[in-house]
Design a binder for this molecule. Sequence first.
Ligand SMILES: O=C(O)CCC(=O)C(=O)O
Length: 261
Amino acid sequence: MERFLVKQAQGDQAGKGEQQEQTQEESVTLGKDPGGPRKRPRRDTADRAICGAGPRWQHIRAEGLDCDYTVLFGRAEADEIFQELEKEIEYFTGTLARVLVFGKWHNVPRKQATYGDAGLTYTFSGLVLSPKPWIPVLERVRDRVFGVTGQTFNFVLINRYKDGSDHIGEHRDDERELAPGSPIASVSFGACRDFFFRHKESRGKNPRRKVEAVRVQLAHGSLLMMNPPTNTHWYHSLPVRKKVLAPRVNLTFRKILPTKK
Ligand SMILES: O=C(O)CCC(=O)C(=O)O
């Protein structure tokens, strides 16, 4: 059974022609919007009335994987938000921007920052940290996600990729810190990049099972809702794409558990 590829819907062209760099798995093109009915993941009818017609969603499904994708911001608004993010976000520096692998320090191959509600803490590189307080541009994106999904978030992790050599390896998001049953909302600005899901039983040289990987192209202004139980069964990554020359900023909004007193 083949899986889906959500193609770039609009915006940056930098991710075009990257498919040949995909080596470890196959995926199949779902294509541009297949023209299905307008749907949103939100189920509450009263809320629907408030929010109007809403965006056009593509539903990405596989065994234990449940995601919804849409382009949330039009080009002009996405450009404006991207510029503001570039101006306002304060990224980690020093040891927080480095990682220890087998006893050797390396620069993290991207820049990272966290913002969120007062009083929250989370662990990062073995340290207990507090996010920076929300700033207007992040509230604007967070509130727009709420407007179309009804989901609230108290924390955002920001990853900035200066070009296609910056990347993030295969991982799952730390479930101990996430509120059980909560989705993760991933909003992207800048260069379009490939994003992969790989089933946990289908990793490594000798996988227990062969489950087709799922590739999604994350366009400028797009929103990918990663709904439970996706994060339990699937790893995700943003691989190197040498042909991508433009920067990209990704925001993953999360609901994390309040710090235990
Ligand atoms: O940049 C992306 O789209 C992926 C970010 C990611 O994997 C994460 O925040 O856990």
